[in-house]
Design a protein around this ligand. Structure first.
Ligand code: SAH
Ligand code: SF4
Length: 427
């Protein structure tokens, strides 16, 4: 490492990296009214009942609000021009359409964008929490990496998020809200459909084309790979993903939604039955002794049980494969014997293998495998018939790469962040 950066260098480097300074925590005011974002249709109907909307009208009103929210991306009730003025006023008095508050936004040189979000604490008077959400544009898709928890209880030894003490589950609204705010920020509500922007106040007489989501969108794919273990926040993640996939709203196909788990075995079957999205499994080791060390949850659900749950995941085929993630840790799990064992282990499971170069963070005891070792490993896996893309680290200059999503509500100072960035850029 180079010598520590002086303060002036930090500000200069920060400016160069497009860092946006956060608003101070003390200024945080939690929302006074609940947001309708993330409510199911039944919950929306209840919300309408609570402000006196007659039963006979509720279904139609729910449809209208759903459309304005999830097809048009309405940010205020006043945009909902097909809803009566009285109802808009009544809704506005009790509810909002708020997404999580964005307190900082960074854009990487490679186009990756990261938003730092501030969420209310779990209990009144508790300090606010922070999570991150990352957008990764590629030629044929735009992937949004979404968080499911503040921090993570699982403490995988190579993961920065796992070192964070503060943990709470996100609500369905906070999860859907990440998708909404990415579309807000990217201007990604129906702009390619030829429909006018929702902020123009016209009545939506023409239905939107085929659901309003999918391939032409900037946000075309979702990965539950941000902070947290999604299968430890099952209900909220399920409810949120069902909204994101809903054909009359955001409409991102379940085939374009991937949930990554470190291996919460009982909830893998539930995810298959109740969500039906694609599955990624953070395997990282081929032997239980090593996996116990890297992913401590392995002590509860060892490799054999995990792979059995994978085999039973519904709808698997060559076109619908499970992604196995494998972080490349120098001299830990990266031998060619490991590569061969990996191939053997996955036999019979329609699988893809994602080799992830380890992203270092201050204080970690691991190093990323050497590049030629990653290539040899990848070749062994490829020769056995598996596609084995090495996931190119994206957004390294803004710390948006895997496992580096750690809430700044911990103690990361600007200096540490820059040191970390420098490390990531030079390895
Ligand atoms: N908790 C879930 C999803 C979030 S982590 C899970 O573990 O699957 C997303 C991916 O990033 C996982 O595969 C995780 O193992 C990997 N990861 C975590 N820390 C990393 C690091 N420092 N370098 C590279 N990948 C990392
Ligand atoms: Fe949690 Fe996943 Fe990090 Fe493990 S790798 S600590 S499960 S976020």
């Amino acid at each position: 490492m180079t010598a520590p950066l002086a303060t002036t260098d930090i500000s200069a480097a920060a400016a160069a990296a497009g860092l946006v300074e956060k608003t101070p925590l003390e200024r945080y005011v939690p929302p006074a009214k609940p947001s309708l974002v993330g409510l199911s249709r039944a919950e929306l109907a209840e919300a309408l009942a609570s402000i006196g909307v007659p039963t006979a009208q509720r279904k139609m009103r729910v449809q209208q609000i759903w459309h304005w929210l999830y097809v048009r991306g309405a940010e205020s009730f006043s945009a909902m021009t097909s809803v009566s003025k009285e109802l808009r006023a009544a809704l506005d008095a009790r509810f909002t359409l708020a997404r999580p508050e964005v307190v900082a936004e960074q854009t990487s040189v490679d186009g990756t964008r990261k938003w730092l979000l501030r969420l209310p604490g779990e209990h009144a008077g508790e300090r606010p929490h922070e999570v991150e959400c990352v957008y990764i544009p590629e030629a044929d898709r735009g992937t949004l990496c979404v968080s499911s928890q503040v921090g993570c209880t699982l403490a995988c030894s190579f993961c920065h998020t796992g070192t964070q003490r503060l943990v709470r589950n996100l609500t369905a609204g906070e999860i859907v809200g990440q998708v909404m705010l990415a579309r807000d920020r990217l201007g990604d509500w129906h702009r390619k459909s030829g429909l006018p922007d929702l902020r123009a106040s016209e009545t939506p007489t023409t239905p939107p084309p085929a659901g309003g989501g999918g391939g032409e969108r900037l946000v075309s794919n979702i990965v539950m790979m941000g902070m947290g273990e999604p299968l430890y926040n099952f209900e909220a993640v399920r409810d949120a993903l069902l909204i994101v996939a809903d054909g009359e709203g955001i409409a991102i196909s379940k085939r374009r939604i991937t949930l990554s788990t470190s291996g919460v075995v009982p909830n893998i079957a539930r995810a298959g039955a109740e969500i039906g999205c694609m599955l990624a499994v953070s395997l990282h080791a081929v032997r239980d002794d090593l996996r116990n060390e890297l992913v401590p949850l392995n002590r509860k659900y060892p490799i054999a049980e995990l792979l059995e749950a994978c085999r039973r995941y519904p709808g698997l085929s060559n076109a619908r494969r499970i992604t196995f993630e494998y972080v490349m840790l120098k001299d830990v799990n990266d031998s060619l014997a490991d590569a061969k064992a990996l191939v053997k282990l996955l036999k019979g499971i329609p699988a893809k293998i994602n080799l992830i170069p380890f992203n270092p963070w201050p204080g970690t005891r691991y190093e990323c495998s050497d590049w030629d070792r990653i290539e040899q490993f990848s070749e062994t896996v490829f020769n056995a018939g598996y596609a084995s893309p090495v996931r190119t680290p994206r957004g390294r200059d803004i710390l948006a790469a895997c496992g580096q999503l750690k809430s700044a509500s911990e103690k990361l100072t600007a200096r540490e962040r820059l040191a970390l960035r420098a490390m990531a850029m030079t390895d």
